[in-house]
Design a protein around this ligand. Sequence first.
Ligand code: FAD
Length: 354
Amino acid sequence: MDYEFLIVGQGITGSILANELANISPKFKIINYENVSSSSRVAAGIMHPMALKRGTLSWRGKEFFEFSDKYYENFDRLNGSEFYKKYSFFRIFSSFEEQNNWIGKSLDNIYENVISINENPIKNLNHSYGSGLVKTASRLRITEFLDFFKNKFSHNISNNNFQFKKLELNNKLFFYKGDSFKKVFMCQGVNAIQNPIFNYLPIIPNKGELINVKSKYLPNFIINSGVFSLPIGLDKFTIGSTYNHRDHLKRNTKEAREELLKKLGKITNLNKIDFLSQKYGFRPTTMDRKPLIGEHPIIKNLYIINGMGSKAVLMAPLLIHELLQNKIDASVEIRRFSNKIKAENIDFANSLIH
Ligand SMILES: Cc1cc2nc3c(=O)[nH]c(=O)nc-3n(C[C@H](O)[C@H](O)[C@H](O)COP(=O)(O)OP(=O)(O)OC[C@H]3O[C@@H](n4cnc5c(N)ncnc54)[C@H](O)[C@@H]3O)c2cc1C
């Protein structure tokens, strides 16, 4: 069949892209192998514009938040769904220094609608240095969001492993297993490190683990004190996440579970918490902490969208919108890594051309 677009990967990135491309043409195909540990299926889905460790706005944080907030709200309105929800979000301070920084920032105009100091004590929590409110915070239930797309585009999706060796380029058209495509988009998350055309890009898998617990004790809003607690209903909470770029093993670890409980134990009584389950996934992070978006330097109409790190929900809608408008932000453009392209990538790219 003749298609306009091929998307490889249906995580949050591929799904949002498909949603946009569907407005341009219904003739697109998605190839995605199901993977319960894919980053998007594991992610908590929390979105806010802050870099909490530094206590500052994250890169383009306000702009991303405003765009994505409208994007997901519109999405739910148009589809009659409820995947997106605003949350109260409190940062539990770990020192006077952090508290002072937050107070200072909250007096600054730029932060006016973003953060404030919380004067009220939070029940059941040890927070001797107080807490701050992030006024713009929300959550996307990503698994349900992805399943919605899986059903909506069921005629366009094939549950298969995309094999690069079977891709051919002839007279400006891509051919893959009997189908033709005008444009190809690679949205593979960490699996892009096995992509023979794009694997010169510095994608660093960063393992993250989360646990679900049961408690009648934790608050019914998001708290973050280095670990977050996210209420997911019926007295259940997701606690996360760890960050580990050294552990590449595809399994849950006792160390991560203990680390999360230890951090949670600093702010609440662990005797009131029952462990339920654990999950892991690998975030696609990058050397300079910026996403990787753009067209392949040799093969025209072959694109990559990757490197969303721990802020895919926040950044993906606007960055994909900009890509489709031909207005890629220079900080995310893959051209910044052109000097890393290897001879084998060039050879492979040339081998596709017939
Ligand atoms: C523990 C944890 C917690 C997180 N929490 C948050 C959070 O609260 N908020 C937030 O914004 N982000 C969070 N993240 C980060 C977020 O999950 C990622 O940035 C995001 O999921 C990346 O999405 P993606 O679509 O690029 O990749 P992925 O989710 O990895 O999707 C890629 C898809 O492509 C498929 N694929 C790959 N190669 C092929 C191939 N050759 N053929 C066919 N299919 C292929 C994969 O199977 C997969 O389905 C978290 C991550 C982790 C691990």
